[in-house]
Design a protein around this ligand. Structure first.
Ligand code: F6P
Length: 330
C-alpha cells in the first residue's frame, strides 16, 4: 500500500480493548477503508494493549475487512491488560510502537481503554484518538456508545419472551441486565419492555416500596411483574433483591440473569451506522492533526471530548424516565 505523508501519518494502529461490543468490527472496517482513502496504512493490534506488548500485529487493508460489518465481537480480540498499568509496561509499549513505525493509535473501548491511551500518549508522545465502544453506554462525551443499541435490543427480545411465561404462571420475574456501574441498559430495556420497575445504581432501591408495588400489581389484576435490575444496582444484586421481596410477600418468583448474551450477536443498523461514522471521524481527526480526543456524537453531530474528560466527568442518565415508567406501569 502507498505511504502517506499527511501529518507524518504513515501507519495507524487499531486496537479494541476491554469488553467487546457489537459494532466494533464495523468500526474497524470504517477506519481501515477511510485510512486507505487517505493513503494511510493500518495495522490491527490483537487483544488490545496485550497485543502491543507482545507485538501481535496483523496487516489490515480494505479487502481484509470485507464481510465483517455484520459480525459481533471483534476480529482483533480484546483483553483487560494489567501490565499496561505499570511504568515498565508503558515503556515497553512505546518502544514496540516506535520500532514498528506506528505513529498513531485508534483505540476502541470504554474508560479503561482511554486511560491506557492517555498513559501511552504521555509516555511516548504517540498520537491517539479514542472511539467509545461498550454496551454499557457509560462514557461521557457521546450520546451513545457502539454496542449499546444491540445490547438493549438483545435484552428486550429476552424480556418479551420471559413476559409470556411470567404472565402464564403469574409470577414476578427479576431480570438482571448488564451495566457494571451505570443503569443505561436497564433504563432503556425496562421502558421498552414495559417493566413494572427498574432498579439502577443512580437511584436508591427501596425494597419495602418495591414489595408493596408488586403486591398491589397482582391485586390490580396484573398477571406478572417484570423487575429489571442493573448489574451494578446498590441493592446487592438480583438474588438479594428477590430474596428480600420474597421474605415480605411469600410470592413464588423467578430470576433470570441475561449475562453475556447481551454482548453478542450481529450489530443493529444503528450500531453499524454509528460505528462507521465514528471510525471515519477518528481517521479524519488524525489527518487534521488532532490527538488526545474521543470522537462521539451528540444530537447527530460529531463531538470531540478530551480523553481525560471521558472518565473524569459523568454522563447524565435521565432519571425522570423512572417516573414515567411508574405512570405507564399503572
Ligand atoms: O463493560 C461491559 C460489560 O459487559 C459490563 O456490562 C459487565 O459488567 C462486564 O463487561 C463483564 O465483563 P467480563 O466479560 O469481563 O465478565
Amino acid at each position: 500500500m502507498k505511504s502517506s505523508n499527511i501529518n507524518n501519518l504513515n501507519k495507524v494502529g487499531i486496537l479494541t480493548s476491554g469488553g467487546d461490543a457489537p459494532g466494533m468490527n464495523a468500526c474497524i472496517r470504517a477506519i481501515v477503508r477511510c485510512a486507505a482513502n487517505h493513503g494511510i496504512n493500518t495495522v490491527g493490534i490483537k487483544r488490545g494493549y496485550a497485543g502491543v506488548l507482545k507485538k501481535d500485529f496483523i496487516e489490515l487493508h480494505p479487502r481484509a475487512v470485507a464481510n465483517i460489518i455484520q459480525r459481533g465481537g471483534t476480529i482483533l480480540g480484546t483483553a483487560r491488560c494489567e501490565e499496561m498499568k505499570t511504568k515498565a509496561g508503558l515503556t515497553k509499549a512505546v518502544e514496540v510502537l516506535s520500532k514498528n513505525h506506528i505513529d498513531a493509535l485508534i483505540t476502541i473501548g470504554g474508560d479503561g481503554t482511554f486511560r491506557g491511551a492517555v498513559a501511552l500518549a504521555e509516555s511516548g508522545g504517540i498520537k491517539i484518538i479514542g472511539i467509545p465502544g461498550t454496551i454499557d453506554n457509560d462514557v461521557y462525551g457521546t450520546d451513545y456508545t457502539i454496542g449499546f443499541d444491540t445490547a438493549v435490543n438483545t435484552a428486550l427480545d429476552a424480556i418479551d419472551k420471559i413476559r409470556d411465561t411470567a404472565g402464564s404462571l403469574q409470577r414476578p420475574f427479576f431480570i438482571e441486565v448488564m451495566g457494571k456501574s451505570r443503569g443505561f441498559i436497564a433504563l432503556d430495556v425496562g421502558i421498552a419492555g414495559g417493566a413494572e420497575d427498574i432498579l439502577i445504581p443512580e437511584t436508591p432501591t427501596n425494597i419495602e416500596e418495591l414489595s408493596q408495588e408488586i403486591e398491589s400489581n397482582f391485586k390490580k389484576g396484573k398477571k406478572s411483574s417484570i423487575i429489571v435490575v442493573a448489574e451494578g444496582d446498590d441493592s446487592g444484586g438480583v438474588y438479594r433483591v428477590a430474596q428480600q421481596v420474597w421474605e415480605r410477600l411469600k410470592l413464588e418468583y423467578r430470576i433470570c440473569v441475561l449475562g453475556h448474551i447481551q454482548r453478542g450477536g450481529s450489530p443493529t443498523a444503528r450500531d453499524r451506522i454509528l460505528a462507521s461514522k465514528l471510525g471515519v471521524s477518528a481517521v479524519e481527526a488524525l489527518v487534521n492533526s488532532q490527538s488526545g480526543y474521543m470522537v462521539g456524537e451528540h444530537n447527530g453531530q460529531t463531538t470531540f471530548t478530551s480523553l481525560e474528560d471521558t472518565w473524569k466527568k459523568s454522563k447524565k442518565l435521565d432519571t425522570k424516565l423512572l417516573k414515567m415508567l411508574k405512570v405507564l406501569a399503572t
